[in-house]
Design a protein around this ligand. Structure first.
Ligand code: PMP
Ligand code: GLN
Length: 429
C-alpha cells in the first residue's frame, strides 16, 4: 500500500480534512467534462493507435513545440501513457537492462524507485541540498532543496543509464533553476566520459524529466523545462499528465515527449502492457488542452486563471500553518507545502508510534520504528481532524531522519477545505 492510500483511508476513517493525497477536491472544470461527454457521444469508444490518439499527440506536440521553441513531431516524438505513473514505469522498462543504474534525488517521488527495481535496475540516491530555511520560521523554498552538483557527479558511474529530474518538485514545491540544470548537464557529460561501448551503443545516459506540475508554477516565468536546457535537449524524455494540469487525476492520461528513439522504446513497452489508453479521454484531453491554452477576453488562459487560484489557496494554507506554529516552507509551484512540525511534537502520544505503517512494509527494513512524521500525521488525523503526508515516504531508510520534522500539506483543495483545516489547526495550536 502506498503512503497516499494509507493516509486517504485514515482521513476517511476519522472524517479528517484530507490535505494528504494530491488530488483536487473540486469538480473537474466544465469544459473538461464537456470534452469527455462530447468524445463519448461522438463515438470515440474503441481502441485507438497504441502510441496515442493522433489528436492528443498533436495537441501535446503543439504545447511542447511552443514551450521548447523547436518543432516536436506528433508521430515520432510523443507517446501517450497511463498517467505519469505509467510514463515512469514504461520508460524504466524501455530504458533499463539488468544492472543499469538510475540516479534519484531525495526527497524523491515514491513511484520512481519501484519502477527502477521492477525493470531490474539499481537505484543510486543523492540528497538535494539540505533545507536552507531557518528551522522554526517560515520562508520561501528559495534555494533549499537544490541539486548538489558534487554529490550528483559522485553518483555517476559507467553503468548510469538515467538521471530522474522532477521539476516543479514534489514534495518541496521547488522549481529547478539554472544552477541545478547545469549540474545535471555536467553529470551527463561525466556519464558520457565514463560510458563503455555497450552503454554508448544504447544511447548512453539519459534524463527522465518528470514535469507533471509544469502548468502550476506561481510565477510561470520561473519554469525551466529540462529539455530546453543547453546540453540536455537531445537526451531528455519529458513526462507530463493531464491529471494535474486539468484537475482530472482519475483519468490517468499522461504522455512522454522527447527524442524519437526513446519515444519508440516507450511505445514498444506500452503496446504490450496497456495497448492504448482510454480513447475518449485522450480525445477529451486533446480538445481540453487546446481550450486551456487559448486566451480569453481578459487575455488570460485557463492555465493562468488556475495559477492565480492556486496562489490564493497557497496563501490561505501558508497562513493557517504559520498561525498554528507549523512554519511553512513556501513553495514556488505544485500542489504541496512542507511545514516544520517540531513545535507540536510534545502533543504526539506514544500510541501514535505503536501500529506498523502499511506503506513502510517492504520499503523500509522490517521492524524499523515508526518515524516521527508518521506518528505526527496519525496524531493530526485522529486528534486534530486534518490529514497530511509524512515525507519520510520520499526518502530511503538511511536518510529518512531528514524528513522526520516535516509534514506535507496539499494546497490543491477547495478554499473551504483549507479554511476548515486552518480552523482545526489554530484551535489545536
Ligand atoms: N510524478 C509526480 C511528481 C507526481 O506528484 C505524481 C502524482 N501526483 C505523478 C508523477 C503521477 O501522476 P499521474 O497521476 O498522472 O500518474
Ligand atoms: N502524486 C500524488 C501525491 O503526491 C499521489 C498520487 C497517487 O496516489 N498515486 O499526493
Amino acid at each position: 500500500m502506498t503512503v497516499f492510500q494509507e493516509f486517504t483511508e485514515m482521513a476517511n476513517r476519522f472524517s479528517a480534512v484530507n490535505l494528504g493525497q494530491g488530488f483536487p477536491d473540486w469538480p473537474a472544470p466544465d469544459f473538461v467534462v464537456e470534452a469527455a461527454a462530447a468524445a463519448l457521444r461522438d463515438g470515440h469508444n474503441q481502441y485507438c493507435r497504441a502510441a496515442g490518439h493522433p489528436l492528443l499527440c498533436e495537441a501535446v506536440a503543439a504545447q511542447y513545440s511552443d514551450r521548447w521553441g523547436r518543432e516536436v513531431d506528433p508521430t515520432s516524438q510523443v507517446v501517450v501513457t497511463e498517467g505519469a505513473t505509467g510514463g515512469v514505469f514504461t520508460s524504466m522498462q524501455a530504458l533499463l537492462q539488468p544492472g543499469d543504474e538510475v540516479v534519484l534525488m531525495e526527497p524523491t517521488y515514491d513511484c520512481y524507485a519501484p519502477a527502477v527495481e521492477m525493470a531490474r535496475g539499481t537505484v543510486r540516491r543523492v540528497s538535494l541540498h539540505l533545507p536552507g530555511w531557518e528551522r522554526g520560521s517560515s520562508s520561501p523554498v528559495g534555494t533549499a532543496f537544490g541539486v548538489d552538483a558534487d554529490a550528483l557527479a559522485a553518483a555517476i558511474s559507467p553503468n548510469t543509464r538515467a538521471i530522474v529530474v522532477n521539476t516543479p518538485h514534489n514534495p518541496t514545491g521547488r522549481v529547478m533553476g539554472k544552477a541545478d540544470l547545469d549540474a545535471v548537464a555536467a553529470a551527463l557529460r561525466k556519464a558520457d566520459a565514463l560510458a563503455g561501448p555497450e552503454m554508448a551503443s544504447r544511447g548512453g545516459c539519459v534524463i527522465v524529466a518528470d514535469e507533471v506540475y509544469d502548468e502550476l508554477c506561481f510565477d510561470q516565468e520561473n519554469f525551466r523545462p529540462v529539455a530546453s536546457h543547453p546540453g540536455l535537449e537531445d537526451r531528455t524524455l519529458t513526462l507530463g499528465s493531464a491529471g494535474k494540469s486539468l484537475s482530472v487525476t482519475g483519468w490517468k492520461v499522461g504522455w512522454a515527449v522527447g527524442p524519437a528513439p526513446m519515444v519508440a522504446a516507450v511505445a514498444a513497452v506500452n503496446q504490450w502492457t496497456q495497448f492504448c489508453v482510454a480513447t475518449p479521454l485522450q480525445v477529451a484531453v486533446a480538445n481540453a488542452l487546446g481550450a486551456a491554452r487559448a486566451r480569453g477576453a481578459d487575455s488570460l488562459t485557463f492555465f493562468d486563471q488556475q495559477r492565480k487560484a492556486a496562489l490564493a489557496r497557497r496563501e490561505l494554507l501558508v497562513s493557517a500553518l504559520n498561525d498554528s506554529g507549523l512554519p511553512a516552507i513556501v513553495p514556488e509551484a505544485g500542489f504541496f507545502v512542507l511545514a516544520d512540525t517540531a513545535a507540536w511534537r510534545g502533543q504526539v502520544g506514544r500510541k501514535h508510534y505503536e501500529a506498523a505503517s502499511p506503506s513502510r512494509a517492504g520499503c523500509k527494513p522490517a521492524g524499523s520504528p515508526v518515524p516521527d512524521d508518521v506518528a505526527f500525521c496519525r496524531f493530526l488525523t485522529e486528534e486534530v481532524g486534518v490529514t497530511a503526508i509524512p515525507p519520510t515516504a520520499f526518502y530511503s531508510p538511511a536518510t529518512e531522519h531528514l524528513a522526520a520534522p516535516l509534514a506535507r500539506f496539499a494546497l490543491c483543495k477547495q478554499e473551504s477545505s483549507i479554511s476548515e483545516a486552518g480552523k482545526r489547526l489554530r484551535r489545536a495550536a
